[in-house]
Each structure stands twice: as structure tokens, then as C-alpha cells.
Design a protein around this ligand. Structure first.
Ligand code: GAL
Length: 380
């Protein structure tokens, strides 16, 4: 079955828990995914990242789940996750070891794909550490893609080579369903901004069945991570809103990274805003047009728009400045005739009608803030 027709939605253990994972936590995350309403909003994958296995393979060369962290094994955990109507994701690596020094899948691709299929895995994040220098990255992703596609189970391949070796040029051809093309996100505004700005030119390579993964969300972390390198003090709610809006607008998979067992109301409102999710999940996944307002090299504001399947347009206004800032869009840049037509605008965060406008719309934005609207073409 074809997978990733739309950007995948889910939760991943890494941003908050890193090495500190176990069966109870993953089950509680699955419970929270359902009870909080995230599942109803469309999130479906529960993904265990690095640090789940024993340090060595068994005598048959198979990967083994750490018996202390996962005493009932991965099959039982997969069954539990499936019983909640969710899908189960795991992690391995192109190289000889994973980034945190557990066994990688190099030269074991088909054996590991078989193991994952037996356990009931639906998604594999596939990292890029410890790649033998003589091995070719694209070939190694092709190999795992082939192994998964022939494992007897639908397993989504989530590549993670951080944009190295010009990922965008070859990743779609390997069979991967999504791919990281940035280094790791950390819980700070600077990281949100750096990733968003670095990915604007790469959007044209992403689309259905192979999306550009801008990395797992930091929404709702507020500086809480078991990994001090990721923690970094956290962000404000306003900044998390802008982060979520950018990732949604840019068709990124949305893999939640906070502790979903204890989200505050702001976090829930961000992650479950159906109107913003609809922009991300639009079936056509059009590349947004980016209009930058850079002044003398300094990042100021960006406006993005993209056509949606039903004839509407999504427009995002983003303020990258450290102070309040205005930005605007001229509708003729979107294709609107200068006479006879206007745009009816609806604010997707405030959930309020902004009226019909002709020619242009100007948005006043707080520092690091955004405005997300859905626009409908109207005849005047
Ligand atoms: C990095 C990857 C992170 C996380 C980590 C685990 O390479 O980008 O998302 O998976 O490895 O060690």
C-alpha cells in the first residue's frame, strides 16, 4: 500500500526522553495520544527513537530489545499500540552503529527488515551515523527501502541523513517516504528560525510519498528534555505557534516531541488546531511560494502562500525579527486580478473572519509571531 500520501503525523521519543525510554513510557504515550484527542486530530505514529536495543546482536545476528527497558519485547508493545488504533515506529541506522552506539543495520538490512516486520513495526526512522566511508549513502537507503518493501509488511521509511550528500537530489528515488534535510532541532527560537530559513529553497523537492522532514516538533517542550543538548531554555507559546505554522505551511511531517502525557492547554490548542492541520494535510501538498522581506541581510519577515485543493489559498505571515514588525502581501503576486475580485480572509489561530480585502493585506505581528489565514477568492 502506498504510504505518506500526506505528511505523516505522530510522536517520537527523542526530543524529550532521548536515552531514557522504556515500555511503560511508550505505552503511556500511546494512551495519551488517544485520551488527549491527538489521535482524533490525525496523529497516528508512536515512534521509539535510538537506545532501545541491547548493545550487541544475538548469536543469529538479530537485533534484540533491551530486556530491562522493554521486558515484554517489541512484539507485545506493537500489539498494545495497535490495539489503540495507532501505528508503531522504530529506529535504526545506515551505519555499523547508531548515533548513540547501539548496533546499526549496515550489512544486516534484510535481516533487520524481517525482524521489524515480525514485530509489527509500521515505520522506520533510519539515521546516518557510523556509515563506512567506502559505502555510498544513496545505495544504503536504496538497500533498506528494498528490504522494507519486500518484508511482507507496509513499513514507512523515514530517512535521517541531515541533508548530507545533497539528500534532496536522490532521496525520492531511493523509495524513502520522508527525509530529514537539516541537522537536529533543539528547543530554542534560534533553532526554529535557522531550520525554517534553511528549508525554504528545498521545498520544491518535497511532495506526496516523499516529504521533507524539518525535524521533530519542539512545541510544548518549554525547555524540558532529558537531553541537555536539546533543552536550551525552551520557547514561548507564541514561538511554538509560529514553529507549528511554518512546519504546517511547508508540508513537513509533524512528529510531536514533547511529553504528551502532560501537555498544557496552549500546547494542546497548537497541536490540535484542525485548521492549521488541514493546511499541512492538504491532499495536493503544493510547494509554498516564499516572499522574503530581507533587509540588508537581516531576516525580517516572510510571507508564504500555497493553493489548496478546494480553490482556497493558505497564507502565512511570519515575523523573524526580535521586535514587533509588519508585513504584507499583494494579491496580484498570488494571481488575483487587480479589479473585480477580492480575498475573503479567515484567521486560523484566532478563528475569526477578517473580512473581504482587495489588492493587499497588511499584518502587524509581534516579535517571532505569525498570522495564518485561509483565503477564498470572491467576485465583487
Ligand atoms: C540523530 C538524529 C536525531 C536522533 C539521534 C539519536 O542523528 O538526527 O533525530 O535520532 O540521532 O541518536
Amino acid at each position: 500500500m502506498a504510504m505518506a500520501a500526506k505528511p505523516p503525523l505522530g510522536w517520537n521519543s527523542w526530543n524529550t526522553f532521548s536515552h531514557d525510554i522504556n515500555e511503560t513510557l511508550i505505552k503511556e504515550a500511546a494512551d495519551a495520544m488517544v485520551e488527549s484527542g491527538l489521535k482524533d486530530a490525525g496523529y497516528e505514529y508512536i515512534v521509539i527513537d535510538d537506545c532501545w536495543s541491547c548493545r550487541q546482536r544475538d548469536e543469529n545476528g538479530r537485533l534484540v530489545a533491551d530486556p530491562e527497558k522493554f521486558p515484554n519485547g517489541m512484539k507485545a508493545l506493537a500489539d498494545y499500540i495497535h490495539s489503540k488504533g495507532l501505528k508503531f515506529g522504530m529506529y535504526s541506522c545506515v551505519g555499523t552503529r547508531t548515533c548513540a552506539d547501539y548496533p546499526g543495520s549496515f550489512d544486516y538490512e534484510f535481516v533487520d527488515a524481517e525482524t521489524f516486520a515480525e514485530w509489527g513495526v509500521d515505520y522506520l526512522k533510519y539515521d546516518y551515523c557510523f556509515k563506512p566511508r567506502s559505502a555510498d549513502g544513496p545505495t544504503l537507503y536504496r538497500r533498506m527501502a528494498m528490504a522494507l518493501r519486500n518484508s511482507g509488511r507496509d513499513i514507512l521509511l523515514s530517512a535521517c541523513n541531515w541533508g548530507n550528500d545533497n539528500t534532496v537530489d536522490w532521496i525520492r528515488s531511493t523509495g524513502a517516504h520522508m527525509y530529514r534535510s537539516t541537522g537536529d532541532i533543539v528547543d530554542s527560537w534560534q533553532s526554529i528560525k535557522d531550520i525554517a530559513v534553511s528549508q525554504m529553497e528545498k521545498q520544491k523537492f518535497a511532495g506526496p510519498y516523499c516529504f521533507n522532514d524539518m525535524d521533530m516538533l519542539i512545541v510544548g517542550m518549554y525547555g524540558k528534555s532529558h537531553n541537555s543538548w536539546i533543552a536550551r531554555g525552551g520557547c514561548t507559546t507564541e514561538e511554538y505557534k509560529t514553529h507549528f505554522s511554518l512546519w504546517a505551511m511547508m508540508n513537513s511531517p509533524l512528529m510531536i516531541g514533547c511529553d504528551i502525557r502532560s501537555m498544557n492547554d496552549d500546547t494542546k490548542a497548537i497541536l490540535m488546531n484542525r485548521d492549521i492541520l488541514a493546511i499541512n494535510q492538504d491532499v495536493e501538498a503544493r510547494t509554498p511560494t516564499v516572499l522574503k522581506e530581507w533587509s540588508e541581510g537581516a531576516d525580517t519577515a516572510v510571507t508564504m502562500f500555497k493553493p489548496l485543493e478546494n480553490g482556497d489559498y493558505a497564507i502565512g505571515f511570519f515575523n523573524f525579527c526580535d521586535g514587533d514588525n509588519g508585513t504584507h502581501i499583494q494579491f496580484s503576486d498570488m494571481g488575483l486580478p487587480t479589479r473585480g475580485y477580492g480575498l475573503q480572509l479567515y484567521d486560523l489561530w484566532e478563528q475569526k473572519d477578517l473580512g473581504v480585502h482587495t489588492c493587499k493585506y497588511s499584518a502587524a505581528l509581534p516579535a517571532h509571531g505569525c498570522l495564518m489565514v485561509r483565503a477564498k477568492v470572491v467576485k465583487l
